[in-house]
Design a protein around this ligand. Sequence first.
Ligand code: NAP
Length: 215
Amino acid sequence: MKVGIIGSGDVSRALGTGFVALGHEVRLGSRTADNPKAMAWAKETQGKGSHGTFADAAAFGEIVVLATFGMATGNAIRLAGVSQFDGKVVIDATNPLAFSDRGLPSLALSGSTSAGEENQKALPKAHVVKAFNIVNNAHMFRPTFSDGPPDMIICGNNAAAKKKVEGLLHEFGWPSVLDIGGIEGSRELESLCVLWVKSSMSLGNFNSAFKLLRK
Ligand SMILES: NC(=O)c1ccc[n+]([C@@H]2O[C@H](COP(=O)([O-])OP(=O)(O)OC[C@H]3O[C@@H](n4cnc5c(N)ncnc54)[C@H](OP(=O)(O)O)[C@@H]3O)[C@@H](O)[C@H]2O)c1
């Protein structure tokens, strides 16, 4: 499968490496076609990964991942071209974070909306599924924790798109995927990101992930 990733940051490269390891073809996109991080990443993949602009990545992908700085995602979508996403499953890994002077995160969008909902509104003919936003990039592919596999929680409006993403998550090493409903569930998932960042700061590292205990 061809995967387009909108972004060149840590998340884009971690997910890109995961998709390549699973045999998929990946193109990372940036504001410019010669982003040094994306170029270096593509070189490491020995032909399985490539890089280009946001528009190149969106056009390339049968599935597209949004992995841009949260509050810049609307701009990235405009630069990529809205119609490039039409009919596609779009995995939204973003969080609309703002940071205080002390480095503490909060949500720049919250209450009656969320990044997931705004991204779905910006892409009315695509099927946005929130996923991967609640875990550090280092643990997105084949997470291993001494307490067992963590849960990935997803949401989105299209059942078939969520099934597709659930299957990809299983391939990525997430045996337990919880579907919490429509894209408005992004409000909770993006809040969960803030909880995770603050917990990680308290623990002194980002080596933790969420697990819902069941009886
Ligand atoms: N870091 C993590 O472990 C982690 C975990 C879970 C979720 N997330 C979320 O995943 C997303 C990506 O995080 P990240 O740490 O990989 O990278 P990031 O630094 O948050 O974002 C980097 C990407 O944002 C793009 N960007 C920045 N300003 C822009 C603008 N004004 N217009 C358009 N695009 C712009 C950059 O474009 P260029 O390529 O042109 O530089 C780059 O591709 C974020 O929303 C973050 O909250 C991060």
